[in-house]
Design a protein around this ligand. Structure first.
Ligand SMILES: [Zn+2]
Length: 411
């Protein structure tokens, strides 16, 4: 971008129209060279980094045999009579014939060409911004995702242009003025002119009807112009714009849905974010540390790279399920955090119940002690009353005996 800014502020018109070498001050030339050299080095580093990280491999015979069947959706096993044995290859390796490999090679070559040709080719590198910006990536994907549909519509529209070019060549060749850039001496020239003028502003704006033509000529020319306006300018272009806008809306809705899913539920266990509201750290901690989806991906890549003979029991179990494209090893609708919280809650409930029972037991013991004490009190009072009555009776008997003895002595 710095190179482009230097070019933007320093380049002036060349000495002649046929000359493409711009006039630049000396500072701009040195700056372009220095920044260009830096750009070359960084581009080379990016390309080498891609080759080191992705390790692009040359496709094997198996890949070449299965390339087109896979593209057309034919199951490999069916195509090769059940012989779908895939040569073992790491998932970390990329094919040498993939987009990224050509992209980074082209990136470096254009950087070298930019240094060699005054900086012209550095303009292409500005487009790399789209690869690092999600919004721009979505805009580009809106065009590329439905690329086949757009290409079909464009090819179909070329058929319409060809028909109009034939009509122009047959009936309206005299309305094309070569001095204004409208050529129609051959069918090829007529087609190119109709496509060029038809897409930019409508061909009816550029064709000049010679003087002295009859009303019949103007009437047929009106039908020609109006049909071109309706079919090409209105319907055709709006179909293309509609496809692009619809794709962009789909991508935006899909992105919104994906963001909503990521915010509202865990990708691994499918539990809702509200389930983790009472847990420490909440939903964010759960998806970042407990059920981090990248950890699961790294685990699968780790199994891919590990020798099958060195698998542990768990690794063998996960690997077998992964080979069958099953996700039973995912902790669906369960999590250690929630389980721990549930266990803590259960333990707390048990402690509360036990405390209640102990308290109740103590109250019962105190009540029983009180009753026993009261019973003992009543028994003591009964014994005391009994002894008093006995003592009174004995004293009465003694008194009677004493009186009887005294009367006997008097006699
Ligand atoms: Zn989870």
């Amino acid at each position: 971008m710095l190179v482009c800014i230097v070019i933007l502020v320093s380049w002036t018109e060349p000495d002649s129209l046929s000359d493409n070498v711009p006039r630049r001050p000396y500072v701009a030339i040195v700056s372009t060279w220095l920044l260009g050299a830096l750009h070359n080095v960084f581009s080379a580093c990016v390309m080498i980094g891609h080759f080191l990280c992705s390790r692009p491999r040359v496709p094997t015979l198996w890949h070449l045999r299965t390339f087109w069947p896979c593209r057309f959706g034919v199951p490999v096993a069916q195509r090769f009579n059940g012989d779908a044995r895939r040569p073992s290859a790491s998932k970390l390796q990329a094919s040498i014939f993939n987009f990224n490999t050509f992209y980074y090679i082209g990136f470096f070559l254009l950087s070298v060409l930019g240094s060699a040709f005054y900086g012209y080719f550095f303009a292409v590198h500005l487009l790399d911004i789209a690869r690092h910006n999600q919004i721009l990536s979505r805009v580009i994907r809106a065009v590329t995702k439905n690329g086949p549909s757009l290409i079909c519509v464009l090819i179909y529209s070329i058929a319409f242009f060809y028909i109009y070019a034939l009509l122009c060549f047959a009936f309206y060749r005299d309305t094309f003025i070569p001095s204004a850039g409208n050529f129609c001496d051959t069918m090829y020239q007529c087609t190119v002119t109709v496509i060029r003028r038809g897409l930019i502003g409508g061909i009816y704006s550029y064709l000049v009807v010679p003087e002295g033509r009859s009303f019949q000529y103007h009437a047929t020319k009106t039908i020609f112009d109006v049909s071109f306006f309706i079919i090409i300018s209105t319907i055709g272009l709006n179909i293309i714009f509609g496809i692009i806008v619809d794709t962009f809306s789909e991508l935006r809705d899909a992105k919104w849905q994906a963001d909503q899913d990521m915010r509202s539920s865990c990708f691994i266990c499918s539990k809702g974010s509200h389930d983790f509201a009472r847990c420490k750290g909440g939903f964010e901690k759960h998806v970042k540390s407990e059920h981090n989806l990248w950890s699961y991906l790294f685990y699968i890549l780790y199994l891919e790279e590990k020798s099958r003979n060195e698998f542990t029991t768990i690794e063998r179990y996960v690997w077998k399920l992964y080979q069958k494209k099953r996700t039973d090893y995912f902790p669906l609708y369960t999590s250690l955090t929630i389980k721990q919280e549930d266990e803590d809650a259960q333990m707390s409930a048990i402690v509360t119940c036990v405390s209640y029972l102990v308290g109740k037991r103590k109250e019962l013991d105190i009540a029983r002690q009180r009753e026993l004490e009261q019973l003992r009190q009543r028994q003591w009072e009964a014994r005391y009353a009994q002894s008093r009555r006995s003592r009174a009776a004995r004293m009465h008997i003694q008194t009677v005996r004493a009186k009887q003895l005294a009367s006997d002595v008097d006699d």
